[in-house]
Design a protein around this ligand. Structure first.
Ligand code: PMP
Length: 437
């Protein structure tokens, strides 16, 4: 099926196709909370790029660190050699990680972090003499990137059904969105914690001795901001622990301050065995990801040279010096400007502003947590996505950047957003919704 012209923007990352070039929406510069468009307008960034520029745009400290590192040590082999910048960054990540998370495996993106964590989970059990534990469990409506492991455990049927044999032995827990009961929830919904109990059903079906890991986004972002009901993540942790199954939090979106804590693991006070990260690690500026693990997971994988050789894993660009330098400068910016605390402080204002859209035309639900928010629209019958995409276009014309997924408008502004900018973002969106067909 051919994409209609105005949807070309969606395919840009894949093809940079010529049609789009003829009728482009292009950004040519950025500073702090704003993008500059090719026609010279200032657009307020309501999405932190793609949920990644948590410290805002073109921050001098990060730019300078990249320039300095590029001039000093551009690359060092990722195997057999090392360099101090990657170690420095790893220490700083662990400094802000939840207690109990002690090690860093570098990757270059969120998708690679997911693949790495899934492999680590299987390797972990093998090292513990449980090679039969290879099954993986994801969740419906989960998003874990676009590589084969990620689409296998991911819960978007359309993303995986055309790609033949994926990972075998994968199941999906039910997603946690109970629209009838959880609509308009401010923060965590009250209902649905028992959906985690479906894991017990899968354990009974397959046997705990076959299951390696469960992977979930603490807050599902890309599929429309789906919040975990109260007690849900705690229940998942208890069940996985009971059966010796590893729990992986995909924190590619929730990591680095999005919820007002360094990671969702701290926000919810639930400690997983691994956390996948990317995006905000380098403020979106340079591709980099990291899997953060407990000592137990790390040691099982790393113990003994035979083990390492048999389970070979690692990327050419893992812990690249320039990306590492960007990561250090990013974490310094978060700390110096108190951006995680700032996000926590402004979150109630964000919540009230978002919920003021409740009575806007076509709005059927509003959800929020930390500095994430979603406004769900009533879809046009037979034309899903059309209404929200019209809102995106109208918003862009009025100089605000929002993101749509299906008929859901998702927002995740840089953590430096001010009250006045929240007013502009939500006020403009209210105007757009009022005029929407
Ligand atoms: N996991 C989650 C939770 C994500 O939101 C994303 C990207 N939106 C990914 C993985 C994939 O990250 P990347 O696009 O960097 O490969």
């Amino acid at each position: 099926r051919k994409a209609p012209n105005d949807l070309n923007a969606f395919w840009m990352p894949f093809t940079a196709n010529r049609q789009f070039k003829k009728n482009p929406r292009m950004f040519v510069a950025a500073k702090d909370m704003h993008y500059t468009t090719s026609d010279g307008r200032q657009v307020l960034d309501g999405t932190a790029g793609l949920w990644c520029c948590n410290a805002g745009h073109c921050r001098p400290k990060i730019t300078e660190a990249i320039q300095k590192q590029a001039a000093e040590l551009d690359y060092a082999p990722a195997f057999q050699m090392g360099h101090p910048v990657a170690f420095e960054l790893a220490n700083r990540i662990i400094d802000i990680a939840p207690k109990g998370i002690e090690h860093v495996f570098y990757t270059n993106s969120g998708s690679e972090s997911v693949e790495t964590a899934l492999k680590l989970a299987i390797a972990y059990h093998r090292a513990k003499g449980q090679a039969s534990r290879t099954r993986l469990i994801g969740r419906e409506r989960g998003y874990h990137g676009v590589n084969f492991g990620g689409i296998s455990v991911g819960g978007i049927v359309n993303n995986r059904r055309h790609f033949g044999s994926l990972l075998s032995g994968v199941d999906h827990l039910p997603h946690t969105h109970l629209p009838d009961q959880n609509r308009w929830s401010k923060g965590q919904p009250e209902h649905g914690a028992n959906l985690a109990d479906d894991l017990e059903r899968l354990v009974a079906l397959h046997g705990a001795e076959t299951i390696a890991a469960v992977i979930v986004e603490p807050v599902a972002g890309s599929t429309g901001v789906i919040l975990p009901p109260k007690g849900y993540l705690e229940r998942l942790r208890a069940i996985t622990k009971k059966h010796g199954i590893l729990l992986i939090f995909d924190e590619v979106i929730t990591g680095f301050g999005r919820l007002g804590a360094p990671f969702a693991a701290q926000y919810f006070d639930v400690l997983p065995d691994m956390m996948t990260t990317a995006k905000g690690l380098t403020n979106g500026v340079i591709p980099m990801g990291a899997v953060l693990t407990t000592a137990d997971v790390h040691d099982a994988f790393m113990d003994g040279p035979e083990h390492m050789i048999e389970l070979f894993h690692g990327y050419t660009y893992s812990g690249n010096p320039i990306a590492s330098a960007a990561g250090i400068a990013t974490l310094e910016t978060y700390r110096e400007e108190g951006l995680f605390e700032r996000a926590a402080e402004i979150a109630p204002y964000w919540q009230e502003a978002l919920h003021s859209l409740r009575d806007s035309r076509h709005v059927i639900d509003v959800r929020n947590m930390g500095l994430i928010g979603a406004v769900e629209l009533d879809p046009i019958a037979g034309e899903p996505t059309k209404r929200a995409f019209s809102a995106f276009l109208a918003a862009y014309d009025k100089n605000i950047l929002i993101r749509t997924t299906g008929d859901i408008i998702a927002m995740s502004p840089p953590l430096m957003i001010s009250r006045a900018q929240i007013d502009t973002l939500i006020g403009t969106l209210a105007d757009v919704l009022a005029k929407l067909e």
